[in-house]
Design a protein around this ligand. Structure first.
Ligand SMILES: Cc1cc2nc3c(=O)[nH]c(=O)nc-3n(C[C@H](O)[C@H](O)[C@H](O)COP(=O)(O)OP(=O)(O)OC[C@H]3O[C@@H](n4cnc5c(N)ncnc54)[C@H](O)[C@@H]3O)c2cc1C
Ligand SMILES: NC(=O)c1ccc[n+]([C@@H]2O[C@H](COP(=O)([O-])OP(=O)(O)OC[C@H]3O[C@@H](n4cnc5c(N)ncnc54)[C@H](O)[C@@H]3O)[C@@H](O)[C@H]2O)c1
Length: 469
């Protein structure tokens, strides 16, 4: 077997591909990729989904103009054109990235599946045939995560059953789609396809959508979702079969009903991609959920083996993976001055309808952490820009410590929520009492950011202050 030695081998070309040019200039580096070059975010995650999300939102906007004294009609949804606009932009980026890695001096790309066969030693089963053995001074595990498919839905995969990897490349837009799962992937795609005119049914095991989020948010979002989509909570799929020579499916539900649908999207969560990696062989410890264990510097249990991104971090967010990549690639070449993964609270967006932004602790987590909690909710409808938008559902909720007034977390649900929540994030990071932080800066009037300003100012004064006593 051919063997090659490198200074660094990176497994996974998502965030693992963001190698620092200058600092790595003198290193011999190999990137191994088993799937599409560029990873999930570029090819079948964040970026294409948001291109579809914006399109769906634009379609929804057209449907809602009447209230403003305007008339417009959405007369056509040209799926092929929508799909091709997205992938004619993305595919060349992926192909260009792969070409660059193949051709650039100092880096090599191996296209195939990597598995550990020893300490800092990997065998790559190449797509072109054959196996190459790679050894390295340092290895980075950046294998990301992969969608899970419950056994009951397995018979549909490859025909009418899809995951995020294939759903955006459908040949034609179906009239009806069933989405199984109630998490982020499910509600983003429900927004996309319903916005484009598809009748969407969600089959959700739990009692509400987005149940990992603050309970009040999850309940409010679920109530709104029921008005747009057929949401079957407390329901599981127990069986599935392809019908009509591959043109549809019958799903058997645990309440005895049979759902007839054209296309099924499985959105039942993601698993860290450690199956088939044989991490054991390298002395890399993996926890019982499959995540690679690591310390705050990205070091695994094996000397010289590092990790970053979804494979080691249950938040499974791209900005988190990118931040970790910056740390790990610094640490690889600066062992004497190790950096740590950021510890600031994570902000996140859910790009559905309505959009959601979250940061920090939920109310339940804040109580569990021992805080006496105060909260305030500010409606979009009560600020000037909300009036302009005729918004009746948007809101921002702040969760703070009753004694100190420090913001512990919060969320925004409504137009541009994922941007607005960054302001709340700044308030959390500041560790200042909410009122002081809000009063310590200007807020452009009458921008939507007044929702966040008023949410902070609406909190009761902290007990420790004269005003709060
Ligand atoms: C539909 C969807 C939408 C999303 N939207 C957002 C969003 O809006 N915002 C956000 O922050 N996050 C979003 N995410 C999450 C985001 O995509 C991930 O957090 C991010 O891509 C993780 O990056 P990574 O580098 O850890 O893994 P990946 O980008 O998944 O890269 C890992 C790579 O490793 C390869 N690989 C795995 N095992 C092996 C092996 N043994 N040998 C060789 N190669 C291997 C895989 O093929 C893959 O290309 C979304 C995810 C999905 C599924
Ligand atoms: N905007 C974003 O930042 C964004 C967008 C998409 C995905 N992501 C990331 O990707 C990750 C995965 O998202 P996801 O939506 O796939 O997972 P998730 O964990 O958010 O949701 C999975 C859903 O599937 C349900 N489920 C699990 N097993 C099931 C089964 N056997 N039968 C029926 N239902 C089942 C769960 O109850 C849950 O409702 C998330 O952690 C998220 O961070 C982020």
């Amino acid at each position: 077997m051919r063997t090659e030695h490198y200074d660094v081998v990176v497994i996974g070309s998502g965030s693992g591909n963001s190698l620092p040019g200058e600092e790595f200039a003198d290193l011999r580096v190999a990137v191994v990729e088993a799937g599409v070059f560029g990873g999930t975010c570029l090819n079948n995650g964040c970026i294409p989904t948001k291109m579809f999300v914006w399109t769906a939102e634009t379609a929804n906007r057209v449907r809602e103009v009447e209230q403003f004294g305007l008339s417009a009609e959405l007369t056509d949804v040209r799926w092929t054109e929508i799909r091709d606009r997205v992938f004619h932009r993305i595919d060349p980026i992926s192909e260009g990235g792969a070409r660059y890695r193949r051709e650039a001096e100092g880096t090599d790309l191996y296209e195939g599946w990597a598995r550990f066969t020893g300490e800092r030693q990997l065998d790559v089963a190449l797509h072109e045939g054959g196996t190459v053995r790679l050894t390295a001074d340092q290895v980075v595990i950046a294998t990301g995560s992969a969608p899970t498919v419950p056994d009951a839905l397995a018979p549909l995969m490859g025909t009418v059953g899809h995951t995020n990897r294939t759903i955006m490349r459908l040949e034609k837009l179906p009239a009806r789609m069933t989405i199984v799962g109630g998490g982020v992937v499910a509600v983003e795609f429900a927004h996309v396809f319903s916005g484009l005119g598809v009748e969407v049914t969600l089959v959700v095991r739990g009692e509400r959508l987005l149940r990992d989020l603050d309970e009040e948010l999850s309940l409010a979002f679920t109530a709104l979702a029921r008005k747009r989509w057929d949401v079957r909570t407390g329901t599981e799929v127990t069986g599935a079969e392809v019908v009509g020579a591959g043109t549809g499916a019958h799903l058997t539900l645990d309440d005895g009903e049979t759902l007839e649908t054209e296309v099924v999207l499985v959105a039942t969560g993601r698993r860290p991609a450690t199956d088939g990696l044989d991490a054991d062989a390298a002395g890399v410890r993996v926890d019982e959920q499959g995540f690679v264990e690591c310390d705050e510097h990205g070091r695994t249990s094996a000397e010289g083996v590092w990790t970053l991104g979804d494979v080691c971090d249950p938040t499974m967010l791209k900005h988190v993976a990118n931040a970790q990549a910056r740390v790990v690639f610094h640490n690889l070449v600066h062992p004497e001055e190790l950096q740590s993964f950021p510890t600031v609270p994570v902000v996140a967006g859910v790009f559905s309808t309505p959009e959601i932004g979250t940061v920090g602790l939920t109310e339940a987590q804040a109580r569990e952490a021992g805080h006496e909690v105060v909260t305030h909710t500010q409606e979009y409808a009560a600020v000037a820009y909300g009036w302009a938008m005729e918004d009746h559902t948007g809101r921002c909720r702040v969760i703070a410590d009753a004694d100190t007034g420090q913001v512990l977390g919060g969320w925004v649900m409504g137009h541009q929520a994922a941007i607005l929540v960054n302001l709340l994030g700044e308030a959390v990071i500041s560790q200042e009492p909410a009122h002081e932080w809000a009063r310590g800066r200007y807020w452009p009037h009458p921008a939507l950011s007044e929702v966040v300003e008023n949410a902070l100012l609406g909190l009761p004064a902290p007990r420790g202050t004269a005003a709060g006593r």
